[in-house]
Design a protein around this ligand. Structure first.
Ligand SMILES: *[C@@H]1O[C@H](CO)[C@@H](O)[C@H](O)[C@H]1NC(C)=O
Ligand SMILES: *[C@@H]1O[C@H](CO)[C@@H](O)[C@H](O)[C@H]1NC(C)=O
Ligand SMILES: *[C@@H]1O[C@H](CO)[C@@H](O)[C@H](O)[C@H]1NC(C)=O
Ligand SMILES: *[C@@H]1O[C@H](CO)[C@@H](O)[C@H](O)[C@H]1NC(C)=O
Ligand SMILES: *[C@@H]1O[C@H](CO)[C@@H](O)[C@H](O)[C@H]1NC(C)=O
Ligand SMILES: *[C@@H]1O[C@H](CO)[C@@H](O)[C@H](O)[C@H]1NC(C)=O
Ligand SMILES: *[C@@H]1O[C@H](CO)[C@@H](O)[C@H](O)[C@H]1NC(C)=O
Ligand SMILES: CC(=O)N[C@H]1CO[C@H](CO)[C@@H](O)[C@@H]1O
Length: 402
């Protein structure tokens, strides 16, 4: 036997011992019944797992389970895993949730946490979306988030699906070193406000090998995000990967280090986008962003920096954004657009974009709305490689035929 084999055997027997020590708290032994509300059983199992001095697993086995609401809070004494093998269904009517201000499933204050199991968090949002009028009514009923991770560290969320959330699917706030792996978000393209992942005030978050189909942003990146890696992700339908919108509040924090690599956007409204409000109080910086190896498949606006982001005319465009965007790298971005403006760099007049480096871009447009073009304000990108269309040059005069 070679020494390598011996080591492998020793390692695998160690793994067996570790597994044997892993305590399993199955919700059915805490009274959970299929198609009935398991909130109480889940909470009881969870409390025991968190108190366990050795690694433990809370198991929701295969089957369909109702869950009115869950707030799973640490601290945990040892690594804890929530293994969801079944389908968890939220109440159809959000007013049935005991805490109407809360999210559906909240997971807070844990270190070395794993969410796994191949199961589904089904928000059953179809009814709620019909009633969502937040796009025109500022006093609208705020629908709860589906899954919320707050102050989670050194953790992994893998092999689970969130489906048809009533609002944002997943919120990640105040987290450090959390990996989302083979994570699936699924909702129809016309579902309102159903952002896939919303990440803010978090460091070292990693989203890898995941598929996000939804009605709003695929990943929306809020203030205070640092060292976010998004790799091998397929987005669409939806609004693409978006930094911001930023700048509405003075308490916002800088965004530093966003890396988006080898992602595909299918029929999304945007590919990658940075948006900041004009006439807003914040003076932030957004710096160190890299977007590379991206495929755009009929994306409306593949690359966007918009410092005049002003939906529903809620701001004054005459005072420019105070947010400084710098060190942006774009390379190896290719595919098709469904609007002739392939690249938009609308930077702030008072804080022009700085050090924007553009490598190979190859975007084609075959529609009838005019020649493919790019739009550049208050930016002087440095170019390497080949850009198709040429960047920041006026569109060739087109003979507009009807
Ligand atoms: C998490 O893992 C680290 C490194 O193994 C360990 O130092 C720490 O005590 C663990 N924390 C918990 C709550 O398990
Ligand atoms: C996370 O893991 C690192 C490395 O094992 C460890 O130093 C740290 O204490 C852990 N916990 C937190 C809360 O960062
Ligand atoms: C991140 O968490 C993993 C465990 O999930 C741990 O092995 C690693 O050391 C942590 N890294 C840092 C920088 O804390
Ligand atoms: C993100 O997580 C994946 C899967 O664990 C890993 O292969 C990759 O190296 C991680 N990326 C970063 C930047 O940590
Ligand atoms: C790029 O992402 C796709 C998934 O969209 C994956 O199948 C492929 O292996 C990734 N390529 C590399 C080099 O990681
Ligand atoms: C750009 O993409 C088009 C369409 O996919 C392709 O025909 C062309 O060869 C590409 N050009 C370069 C320079 O890669
Ligand atoms: C042009 O666009 C239309 C509509 O999106 C599509 O059906 C067609 O295949 C495209 N043609 C080429 C040559 O890309
Ligand atoms: C987070 C979120 O929107 N959760 C939805 C997920 O699903 C539950 C169940 O509907 C809904 O109540 C939540 O609104």
């Amino acid at each position: 036997m070679t020494p390598t084999f011996k080591i492998l055997i020793v390692l695998s027997s160690l793994a067996c011992i570790a597994n044997a020590q892993q305590k399993v708290f199955d919700v059915t032994t805490f009274g959970a019944k299929q198609n009935a509300d398991i909130s109480q059983a889940l909470l009881s199992a969870w409390k025991e797992a968190c108190a366990s001095p050795t690694p433990s697993t809370v198991l929701i086995p295969k089957g369909t389970w109702s869950l009115k609401q869950a707030k799973l809070v640490g601290p945990n004494k040892a690594p804890v895993e929530l293994r969801v093998e079944g389908i968890l269904k939220a109440p159809l009517d959000p007013t049935q949730m005991p805490n109407k201000q809360g999210e559906w499933v909240t997971i807070n204050y844990l270190d070395n946490f794993t969410l796994s199991g191949g199961g589904v968090f089904d928000g059953q949002g179809h009814e709620a979306w019909k009633r969502n009028d937040c796009h025109k009514n500022t006093n609208c009923v705020k629908l709860p988030l589906n899954l919320s991770f707050n102050f989670i560290t050194n953790s992994t969320i893998r092999d689970v699906t969130t489906k048809d959330s009533k609002n944002f699917h997943v919120n990640v706030i105040g987290c450090y070193n959390v990996t989302f792996l083979r994570f699936t978000v699924s909702a129809p393209g016309d579902s309102p406000n159903t952002d896939g992942l919303h990440i803010a005030r978090s460091k070292k978050i990693n989203v890898t090998d995941s598929v996000i189909k939804t009605g709003d942003d695929c990943v929306s990146i809020g203030d205070g995000t640092e060292q976010l890696h998004i790799e091998n992700v397929v987005c669409g339908p939806g609004h693409g990967i978006s930094v911001g919108s930023l700048g509405r509040s003075t308490t916002e924090q800088d965004v530093i280090g966003i890396y988006v690599k080898n992602c595909t956007f299918i029929g999304t409204q945007n590919g990658v986008r940075i948006k900041t409000w004009p006439s807003a109080p914040a003076t932030l910086k957004v710096t160190d962003l890299q977007f590379e190896d991206l495929i755009m498949d009929k994306v409306t606006y593949p690359i966007v920096i918009d410092q005049e982001y002003c939906p529903y005319n809620l701001c004054k465009l005459d005072s420019p954004s105070l947010i400084k965007i710098s060190n942006v790298k774009l390379d190896k971005i290719r595919g098709t657009t469904s609007d002739p403006v392939a690249v938009t760099f609308v930077c702030s007049k008072t804080k022009p974009c700085e050090n924007v480096q553009v490598g190979d871009i190859n975007l084609t447009y075959n529609g009838t709305l005019g020649p493919i073009t790019t739009k550049c304000n208050n930016v002087k990108p440095s170019l390497t490689g080949k850009q198709n269309p040429p960047l920041c040059v006026p569109a060739p005069a087109s003979k507009q035929s009807a």
